[in-house]
Design a protein around this ligand. Structure first.
Ligand SMILES: Cc1cc2nc3c(=O)[nH]c(=O)nc-3n(C[C@H](O)[C@H](O)[C@H](O)COP(=O)(O)OP(=O)(O)OC[C@H]3O[C@@H](n4cnc5c(N)ncnc54)[C@H](O)[C@@H]3O)c2cc1C
Length: 433
């Protein structure tokens, strides 16, 4: 069986590696012409991510994947400690993880500079048509092409990302550039500073050459700030006055926007975090968006995974883990069900609910940062997630999914016994026929 995977980032690479191990011939088509591994900033890891990495044949273990912190802390405006929570977690960088997956896949099945334009399904194959005129036929097409997915835009044109009313300023600074006092205060923890209606967080990640040694590492920050549509438009207007819609290349951000950010950092944040913002050479902006798809099996041979299907606000820290778990569930379904269409429906039945609950949870955690809160009830509900204790306990945690059957290893084959038989393909499934 042949699979075309559209998008060569996290979801695409996980899907490709797992499909290959399951015996599929796989081709990955990535729009960007250059290697992606040098890009990105910090990401949080969860146990599920290591489970899928192991299934994909990457067995380096958590300790070698990034930087382990001992716990969480909240700093007051004057820099004093206002709360502490022992909670070990491994933080890594997007580039490091991408390079691991990319090396594991090898070059032969990965095609750079291929932009998908449209998908055409027939009874026997699904054809991917690319901007350069090339066409690739396969049995299955995996749409792993991110939040602005071309596959989704064609097959579910009404499903679009919604702006949540706030942005994140993000950046990385070399630990060595920070003062000794700030390094000591921040760099062994997952730290927060909580100005009214905003949230700053930061944690250490490996250095640019992926060096995990103290001193050679970098400090990654994410500062959530309310922004009306007008403020967003202003921030996304570049150095030449050109307006960008939902993201802007970092080197096109106007100097006055970055100067304003630095001034606000000194006015609003704990001084340690203000120093981090001051010393970050190239901060970048991420508009916070929500995206929910009503279906992931979008054709008889076409499926959406990762950010192409669901994008949660970053507070759960689940983007990469969700992409990995989608890929894993897809390949489990393909290995279990005899019929491709049933497998896609069965995969969808498993992952739609998980995607929805992650988006929903992240929406609640971030509600107090939205520029517009509509009713007093909404405000009261939003406030529940604002205390230092709530922020430390709930941020970048997937504990809320425990017990919901969303874990990676859900004994998939044996659970078949409890399912009705599909009338068409006569195997036990959840395809609904
Ligand atoms: C370069 C890069 C850096 C990132 N850095 C971070 C980070 O530091 N921290 C973080 O939390 N998240 C980061 N993300 C986002 C993160 O990868 C996703 O939120 C999450 O992992 C889900 O991944 P995904 O593969 O579903 O989507 P994405 O990571 O968005 O990947 C989608 C891929 O599809 C490609 N693509 C889109 N349209 C087409 C098309 N028509 N034809 C072919 N290819 C197409 C894109 O170029 C992209 O590589 C980054 C994404 C990218 C692409």
């Amino acid at each position: 069986m042949k699979a075309s995977v559209v998008g060569g980032s996290m979801a695409g690479l996980f899907a490709a590696l797992l499909l290959k191990r399951a015996g599929w011939q796989v081709r990955v088509y990535e729009r960007i012409g250059a290697d992606l591994s040098g890009r990105g900033a910090g990401i949080v890891t969860h146990r599920q991510l290591f489970d899928v990495l192991e299934r994909a044949g990457i067995t380096r273990g958590a300790a070698k994947m990034g930087v382990a912190v001992r716990g969480r802390q909240v700093l007051a405006r004057d820099g004093a400690l206002v709360g502490k929570l022992p909670l070990e977690q491994v933080l890594t960088s997007w580039g490091h993880l991408h390079a691991l997956l990319r090396n594991a896949l090898g070059d032969n099945s990965y095609h750079h500079g291929r932009t998908l334009e449209r998908v055409v399904e027939s009874d026997k194959v699904v054809a991917a048509h690319f901007a350069d005129g090339a066409v690739a036929e396969a049995d299955l097409l995996v749409g792993a092409d991110g939040i602005f997915s071309t596959v989704r835009a064609q097959l579910l044109p009404d499903v679009r990302p919604n702006y949540a009313g706030y942005i994140a300023w993000r950046g990385l600074v070399d630990e060595a550039d920070l003062s000794a006092a700030t390094r000591d205060a921040l760099c062994e923890h997952f730290s927060f500073s909580l100005p009214e209606g905003e949230q700053m967080l930061g944690y250490p990640v490996a250095g640019a050459d992926e060096a995990p040694a103290v001193g050679a590492r970098r400090f990654n920050f994410v500062w959530y700030r309310p922004a009306t549509e007008g403020t967003l438009r202003d921030l996304l207007t570049d150095i030449d006055g050109v307006s960008h819609s939902l993201s802007i290349p970092p080197n096109r951000i106007r100097a006055e926007a970055i100067d304003g950010l630095r001034r606000d950092a000194h006015r609003l944040l704990a001084p340690q975090f203000a120093e981090v913002v001051q010393k970050t050479r190239q901060p970048f902006i991420q508009a916070i968006l929500d995206l929910e798809t009503p279906s992931m099996a979008v054709g008889r041979r076409t499926v959406l995974i990762g950010d192409a299907a669901f994008v949660a606000r970053p507070h759960v820290g689940a983007g990469v883990t969700k992409a990995a778990a989608d890929a894993c569930a897809l390949v489990e379904a393909l290995e279990t069900e005899a019929d491709l269409e049933c497998a896609l429906k069965s995969f969808e039945a498993r992952r739609l609910a998980v995607g929805r609950s992650i988006v929903d949870r992240a929406r609640h955690l971030g509600a107090y940062m939205q520029a517009q809160i509509h009713t007093p009830e909404e405000k009261q509900a939003a406030e529940r997630h604002r205390s230092p204790q709530a922020v430390m306990t709930e941020t970048a945690s997937m504990a809320f999914l425990e017990g919901t059957g969303s874990a990676i290893n859900t004994n998939y084959p044996s659970s078949q016994k409890r399912r009705p038989r599909c009338r068409r393909c006569s195997i036990r499934s959840t395809c609904g026929d």
